[in-house]
Write a protein that binds this ligand. Structure first.
Ligand SMILES: Cc1cc2nc3c(=O)[nH]c(=O)nc-3n(C[C@H](O)[C@H](O)[C@H](O)COP(=O)(O)O)c2cc1C
Length: 407
């Protein structure tokens, strides 16, 4: 374990004790009023004991009126501050960094649980029959855009005060930041749309606002798409231009992923490309990105064997390895890598045989969320957990939330 176990120092001086990061996974494990539950906090306690360098939380929303999932944690004020502090201390004494991922879903928000859905432009998701679960969003006004930018800053500031050691902007996977970047979802004619410089304005202003509110020493990262993999969407060339802009701003860590709800490449890679032959989905991109920018790079998606992770680090094309689903099945994964007990992390792809649900992650995502909930409740992951049960769990949480929303 020559490379993977070595510490990594971010440009601002923060030290990750090794090269393994748990990437963000929405846990859907908050309370009905969007505080972290004790179980959620405990899942992080368990993960921290496994000794990765960095734990990135599932997306924490900036607005309780804009939810990705029914049980998202939302941080918009000090209401749940004590629980946030408890969450931040889940890594205490381990030296593991804990960074919340901060997000706004934009149009990728279920109609059942959101009264008003906003986006850069009034363009619906194009997901075949699954589109019915989302409604056409309302285009954001200038004031509403600035309000959301401010919210990202406020959320980061509260989280910093609670004791988290950094944060990550969710700029990937078709959520609001990524909607602004893509000309498929952003057809605005004002300073927020049109040219790539205009489409990048939203993410740059979010970064600046967070930086203004957290100061210069607090690490800020971003997860960004290498591409949307859709005709007319955010391209690899555009993505390279955006990471150049973020690099110039001085962002601390860039995580590369790809895809959107319409084209979920983050979960399976870009199937049309030869990269599918390689284990990690977006390696081609990161090799090019490495030559363009100095910002440390984290790559997530598809890593399953220690030899491939070691090789990527050895080749110098990235600094940190991101893993998501493997952390649900191997909660102490970093330790298992270091002691040599596991060399490959194979994971299930649960399905229920309804193709649009299976393909869009309608079963797989809640299945992994249920594994996280098992970890938080002190149980072991269960590889034969029923896909139907997972689907039922996600429907139930939407149904219950929609009932409360309409009260
Ligand atoms: C249950 C689940 C929830 C996820 N939620 C998020 C999220 O909140 N934010 C995010 O950036 N990515 C999220 N992802 C995507 C992962 O971070 C990661 O990009 C993807 O699973 C590919 O990595 P892997 O092959 O190591 O699992 C989620 C994935 C899963 C399985």
């Amino acid at each position: 374990m020559k490379n993977i176990a070595t510490p990594f120092t971010l440009p601002n001086g923060s030290v990750l004790k090794n090269r393994i990061a748990k990437s963000a996974m929405s846990e859907n494990f908050g309370t009905r009023n969007h505080a972290p539950t004790k179980g959620l906090i405990n899942a992080y306690r368990v993960w921290a004991k496994g000794n990765p360098g960095l734990l990135i939380t599932g997306n924490v929303m900036v607005d309780s009126m804009a939810l990705g999932e029914a049980r998202n944690v939302v941080v918009e004020d000090y209401k749940h501050f004590n629980l946030l502090k408890e969450w931040a201390t889940s890594v205490e004494g381990t030296g593991v960094h804990l960074w919340p991922q901060i997000n706004h879903p934009g149009r990728q928000a279920f109609a059942a649980i959101n009264r008003k859905i906003v986006a850069p432009s009034a363009i619906s998701l194009n997901m075949g029959s699954a589109s019915k679960m989302f409604k056409t969003p309302i285009a954001l006004t200038e004031d509403a855009i600035w309000d959301i930018i401010k919210r990202f800053g406020t959320t980061a500031k509260i989280l910093k005060e609670a004791g988290f050691t950094g944060c990550q902007i969710h700029g990937a996977h078709g959520y609001l930041v990524s909607q602004f970047l893509s000309s498929n979802s952003n057809i605005r004619k004002d300073q927020w749309g049109g040219s790539l410089n205009n489409r990048s304005r939203f993410v740059l202003e979010i970064y600046r606002e967070i930086r203004r509110q957290v100061g210069s020493h607090f690490p800020i990262g971003i997860k960004i798409n290498s591409a949307d993999f859709q005709r007319g969407g955010f391209t690899e060339e555009e993505s390279m231009d955006v990471i150049r802009l973020l690099d110039a701003e001085g962002i601390d860590l860039i995580e590369i992923s790809g895809g959107t709800y319409e084209r979920p490449a983050m979960m399976q890679g870009d199937r049309k490309k030869s990269t599918v032959l390689r284990e990690a989905y977006f390696l081609d991109y990161i090799e090019k990105a490495r030559k363009l920018i100095k910002t440390p790079l984290l790559l997530t998606g598809g890593f399953r064997s220690v030899s491939v992770m070691e090789k990527a680090l050895e080749d110098g094309i990235l600094d940190v390895i991101g893993l998501a689903r493997p952390f649900c099945m191997y909660p102490h994964l970093a330790n298992q890598i270091f002691d040599g007990s596991v060399k490959r992390f194979d994971i299930p792809t649960p399905k229920i045989g309804i193709s649009f649900l299976d393909q869009l992650g309608g079963v797989e995502l809640p299945w992994y969320e249920l594994q996280i909930q098992r970890i938080g409740k002190g149980k072991s992951p269960k590889s034969n957990l029923s896909g139907i049960l997972a689907f039922w769990f996600s429907l139930k949480s939407l149904f219950v939330k929609s009932f409360w929303k309409n009260k």
